[in-house]
Design a protein around this ligand. Structure first.
Ligand code: GTP
Ligand code: MG
Length: 336
C-alpha cells in the first residue's frame, strides 16, 4: 500500500502544574513555601527521514500526542518535562493546517525537522510567591495547555526528471535500465500502481540525477479514468518532463495523438506543467512500424528534442542518458 496524503490530529503535551507545598520538618516550624514548578509539555516534531518512503504509518494511526509535563513537587522539585513526539515523514512532505487552510511546513531533505506544535509551559510552584509581606503564599500557576491541530500531510516526490506516458509505454523498463531500482514490468496496463524515484549515476564526478516513474496516464484521467491523475503530484517538482511514447503500439494508434492526449491530461491537472522543459522518448523502436511513426512524430514536432530508443535492444539508451546532464547544468535550480 502506498499512501501519499493523510490527515492527522496532533496534540503537544500540556505543561505540568506548579505545586503548593510548605516545608514541614522536625524543629523547623513554619519552614516556608517549597512547591516546585511543573515540567514543560513535549513538542510535536516532524522529522524528514530518507528511509521512510510514504505516509502509510499515519493512515492507520492518524492521532498522535506528545507527553505532558509532570506537576511540580514539594522540596522545590521540578516536575519532569514531557517527551517530544517525533513523527518521521518522507522527503517532499508538505504540511497543511486544515483549520487555517495554509501550508505551514515543507520537509525536503533527510534530517530536516520542524516543530509543528509547541508543548505547554510548566506552571510555577508557590515558592515563587513568597515575599516579606506574604511568607506563606497559597498561590500557584497551573501549566499551560499544549497546542493542538489537524493537519494534512501531502507527499510530493523529489525528482529532477519525471517520466510521463501511457500505460505499457515502457516507463518502468526504462527506469530499471537507467537506475538501480527494480520495478515490476509487464505487458499489461497499470503494472505500476505507485510512483518511485530512482537515481541515475554518471560516475566521473558528475552529479547523479533522480527520475520519477509514475503510473500510466490515459485519456480522461482527469475524470478519474484509469488510475486518475492524483499521482501527477509526484512530478510537480520535476524540472524536466520526459514524455515516453510507444512507437510500436500494436493497436496502431499514433504517437502524435498520444502526445496530444498526455499534454491535455497534464494541462487539466496543472497548466504550469506544460511550461516545463520537456523531451520526447520514442520507445520500442525495435518494433515494426516504429520508424514510420517516429518519422511522422518528428515531422509534426521538429523542435522538440526526440530520442528514439529500444529498451529491449538497448539502442539509444546511452544517448538518452548522456542527454540529461547538460540540461541540468544549464539549470542549476533543478531540484526545486
Ligand atoms: N518490444 C519492446 N518491448 C518493450 C520495450 N520496452 C518495454 N517493453 C515491454 O513493454 C511492456 C510494458 O513495459 P513497462 O515498463 O511495464 O511499461 P510501463 O510504462 O511501466 O507500464 P505501466 O506501469 O503499466 O504504466 C513490458 O512487457 C516490456 O517488456 C521495447 O523497447 N521494445
Ligand atoms: Mg510501470
Amino acid at each position: 500500500m502506498f499512501v501519499d496524503e493523510v490527515e492527522v490530529k496532533l496534540k503537544a503535551g500540556d505543561g505540568g502544574d506548579g505545586c503548593l507545598s510548605f516545608r514541614r520538618e522536625k524543629y523547623i516550624p513554619k519552614g516556608g513555601p517549597n512547591g516546585g514548578d511543573g515540567g514543560a509539555g513535549g513538542d510535536v516534531i516532524l522529522l524528514c527521514d530518507c528511509n521512510v518512503s510514504d505516509l502509510v504509518d499515519y493512515k492507520f494511526k492518524p492521532h498522535a500526542h506528545a507527553q505532558s509535563g509532570e506537576p511540580g513537587m514539594g522540596s522545590q522539585c521540578h516536575g519532569k518535562n514531557g517527551q517530544d513526539c517525533v513523527l518521521k515523514v518522507p522527503a517532499g512532505t508538505i504540511v497543511h493546517n486544515l483549520e487555517t487552510g495554509k501550508a505551514v511546513a515543507e520537509l525536503l531533505s533527510h534530517g530536516n525537522q520542524v516543530i509543528l506544535l509547541k508543548g505547554g509551559k510548566g506552571g510555577l510552584g508557590n515558592e515563587h510567591f513568597k515575599s516579606a509581606t506574604n511568607q506563606a503564599p497559597r498561590q500557584t500557576i497551573p501549566g499551560t495547555p499544549g497546542e493542538r491541530g489537524v493537519f494534512r500531510l501531502e507527499m510530493k516526490s523529489i525528482a529532477q526528471i519525471g517520466l510521463v506516458g501511457f500505460p505499457n509505454a515502457g516507463k518502468s523498463t526504462l527506469t530499471n535500465l537507467l537506475t538501480a531500482t527494480r520495478r515490476k514490468t509487464g505487458p499489461y496496463p497499470f503494472t505500476t500502481l505507485h510512483p518511485k524515484v530512482g537515481t541515475i549515476n554518471y560516475g566521473d564526478g558528475l552529479p547523479s540525477l533522480t527520475i520519477a516513474d509514475i503510473p500510466g496516464l490515459v485519456e480522461g484521467a482527469h475524470r478519474n479514468r484509469g488510475l486518475g491523475f492524483r499521482f501527477l503530484r509526484h512530478i510537480e517538482r520535476c524540472s524536466l518532463l520526459a514524455f515516453i511514447l510507444d512507437m510500436g503500439a500494436e493497436d496502431g494508434r499514433s504517437a502524435v495523438e498520444d502526445y496530444r492526449i498526455l499534454r491535455k491530461e497534464l494541462g487539466c491537472y496543472d497548466p504550469q506543467l506544460l511550461e516545463r522543459p520537456q523531451l520526447i522518448i520514442g520507445n520500442k523502436m525495435d518494433m515494426e512500424m516504429a520508424e514510420k511513426r517516429a518519422g511522422e512524430f518528428h515531422k509534426k514536432f521538429p523542435n522538440i528534442p526526440f530520442f528514439p530508443i529500444s529498451c529491449t535492444t538497448r539502442n539509444g539508451i546511452g544517448e538518452l542518458k548522456a542527454a540529461f546532464p547538460p540540461i541540468f547544468c544549464a539549470e542549476p535550480t533543478a531540484s526545486a
